[in-house]
Design a protein around this ligand. Structure first.
Ligand SMILES: Cc1cc2nc3c(=O)[nH]c(=O)nc-3n(C[C@H](O)[C@H](O)[C@H](O)COP(=O)(O)O)c2cc1C
Ligand code: SF4
Length: 593
């Protein structure tokens, strides 16, 4: 019979062997950011070099530490020592790491970003402490506590670092309703967009016969969001343990992790972790020797943004086209295959193990107001240090952008922020005092949503960016209900003609009317929120719109009227054709669209 105590003893021994044993331990970040930076070539070169040398070192592929700008990131733990991190390691840098540091202990003068020491470990002389970097030191990792540190499919590494302590406490010392109370007291709110209280959601599904389902949402189709996939890629056990806790609390027998297809890193690593969890008695019958049994499987979506909406998600799991269902009935009563179901985001579920391990009070002590815990921010765009940063709720957006992200590069100024995915809306550059707080952000006219913050500098045209967001919403509309299907198409037509300086009198009023109809009449959040990007852009960047509509020019030169386009409402002579008023220098992420 598998017991938690037995597994923990084996895990601690395994960890001692990794960190204090005879062999150096080399970890290479190969999550999506490392992958994009060439880490798969780096790790292959590293293994080949070690095979041809007389050095006996263990190499593990790990996930993302958050500092995506430093990828490929390689770190070496000499027996009993601290971790020394080499950044932006290309294939050509591998010899120096192996022949230099691993063989002789020589630290190269370039390419080292710092060291990280655990309790009792000595600093590495002459090297910066990574904890002093704001990108590391200002993080407060809960859901991402193992990311970049443990190998994603080595359950013993997860157990050694406190994994399954939360589930063990729930199964052996708590009744299911006590687990739900603990979640309610923690103040945890869903991280999938709507910020609904998680404990309350779980309490809706305590009745009813099995099979009941815990559904984990890793569709994550928002441009600029990569946190859910990174969690599964870096530490799938955290999410799986959270699902198992949710299963125990609600009396559910089954879990399904729904991942957007084509993302092989999260898919493969989650499936490998599930296999190992079955082998070690952490899934299946009588988990950890108790009466509780729970199964988890992976299901894949097609490429559809709307498949992340909870009822469309259930249609997709059932093998149908992912179109939302009308509610009621709600998922807790009639979910996947008509069975009671509870759906949560990856991040939401990944907090549960730490809440159960350390207690609700510990979790609610992090954060601010009714936004407890941490925010997991995907920072991208015109920013010096793009990355994935888990920070306490309550930090200001300015602290995230300027202190952690290093501000806007190349001496440019901050113009706008696109937060919470395409439906979330935009904030102006003056919004840096807004706090990471669900309610404060929504009062400011944007949402924290999935945690993506895309930073745009002064070369960005707010109208042009709005066009891109509206085009996304129009393309992704599933077409089931007409207010969204036609509304997004009409909105796009209008924004496109504003970009072409062919707007008609009353276009802004018309967009507002369309937005109201979409909000009132659409079946799901996609159409209901579809006017957000336009509404928030007009609120914060009215002058950009005015310049397009009253002066018929684009303030940044991004929008140019094609020479062939017909002119609808203005005398031809009044329209400046092909004469941008500023140098046509597009921000890199806007170029090529
Ligand atoms: C168009 C649309 C797309 C969505 N996509 C996602 C998604 O990719 N991931 C996600 O967790 N929630 C997504 N949601 C929100 C889900 O419907 C649901 O509220 C969420 O998964 C619940 O989890 P939570 O309570 O943990 O936040 C989307 C909602 C809409 C309207
Ligand atoms: S609101 Fe849009 S995405 Fe949602 S069901 Fe209607 S058409 Fe589909």
């Amino acid at each position: 019979m598998t017991t938690y105590a037995g597994l923990k003893v084996a895990a601690d021994e395994h960890w001692r062997d990794l960190t204090e044993g005879e062999r150096p331990w080399v970890r290479v970040g190969t999550a999506i950011c490392g992958h994009a930076a060439g880490a798969l070539d780096t790790v292959a070169a590293l293994r080949a070099k070690l095979d041809s040398s007389d050095i006996d070192a263990r190499v593990d592929e790990v996930g993302c530490l958050g500092i995506c700008f430093a990828e490929p990131l390689v770190d070496v733990t000499m027996p009993g020592g601290a971790r020394l991190f080499f950044c932006n390691v290309g294939v050509g840098d591998v010899d120096e790491i192996v022949d230099g540091y691993l063989k002789t202990g020589t630290i190269p003068s370039e390419g080292v970003i710092g060291y990280l020491a655990e309790d009792g470990q000595s600093p590495i002389e002459g090297v910066a402490d990574m904890g002093d970097l704001p990108q590391i030191g200002r993080q407060r990792c809960v859901a991402l506590r193992n990311a970049g540190t443990t190998a994603p499919a080595d359950v013993y590494q997860y157990l050694a670092r406190g994994g399954y302590a939360g589930l063990n406490r729930a199964l052996t010392a708590m009744q299911p309703d006590e687990v739900i109370e603990e979640m309610k007291s923690s103040g945890l709110r869903g991280r999938g967009g709507a910020a609904f209280p998680t404990g309350l959601k779980w309490s809706f599904m305590t009745k009813g016969e099995n099979p009941k389902y815990i559904l984990c949402n890793c569709e994550e189709g928002d441009p600029g969001a990569f946190n859910d996939k990174t969690i599964l890629e870096s530490d799938p056990y955290t999410t799986m343990e959270g699902m198992t806790i949710a299963g125990y609390a609600t009396g559910a027998s089954n879990g399904i992790i729904f991942i957007r297809h084509g993302h092989d890193g999260p898919i493969d690593r989650t499936e490998a972790a599930i296999r190992q969890a079955y082998e070690t008695g952490l899934l299946g019958e009588n988990i950890l020797g108790t009466d509780f049994s729970f199964d988890i499987e992976v299901s894949l979506t097609g490429e559809s943004y709307v498949a992340g909406e909870e009822t469309a998600f259930m249609e997709a799991v059932e093998g149908h086209r992912s179109m939302p269902r009308a509610r009621p009935p709600f998922p807790a009563a009639f979910g996947v295959w008509g069975r009671p179901s509870t759906i949560n985001n990856v991040k939401t579920l990944s907090y549960a193990p730490s809440i159960l391990e350390h207690g609700a009070e510990w979790f609610s002590g992090i954060g601010v107001n009714k936004s407890t815990g941490t925010a997991i921010i995907c920072l991208s765009g015109n920013i010096t240090y793009p990355g994935l940063y888990e920070v306490p709720m309550g930090l200001t957006i300015g602290e995230v952008i300027n202190e952690i992200g290093g501000g806007v590069p190349e001496g440019r100024s901050l113009k706008l922020l696109q937060t919470g995915g395409p439906l979330g809306g935009v904030l102006g550059g003056q919004s840096t005092e807004v706090h990471l707080d669900f309610d404060e952000m929504s009062a400011a006219g944007a949402i924290l949503g999935s945690g993506g913050i895309i930073v745009a500098d002064d070369r960005t045209c707010a109208v042009d960016l709005t066009r891109v967001l509206v085009a996304f919403c129009q393309f992704e509309s599933c077409g089931k209900c007409f207010p969204c299907r036609l509304g997004t198409t009409n909105l796009l037509e209008i924004v496109e003609r504003i970009c072409r300086h062919e707007d008609r009198p009353g276009d802004v009023e018309l967009m507002k009317k369309l937005g109201k109809t979409m909000q009132a009449g659409s079946l799901c959040g996609h159409g209901q929120l579809g006017f957000n990007p336009i509404e928030s852009a007009i609120k914060h960047f009215e002058s950009d719109f005015r310049t397009h509509m009253e002066e018929w020019r684009c303030p940044t030169g991004s929008c140019r009227r094609p020479a062939y386009a017909p002119v609808n409402t203005r005398p031809f002579a009044e329209v400046p054709i092909g004469e941008p008023t500023a140098p046509v220098e597009l921000a890199p992420e806007l170029a090529g669209r």
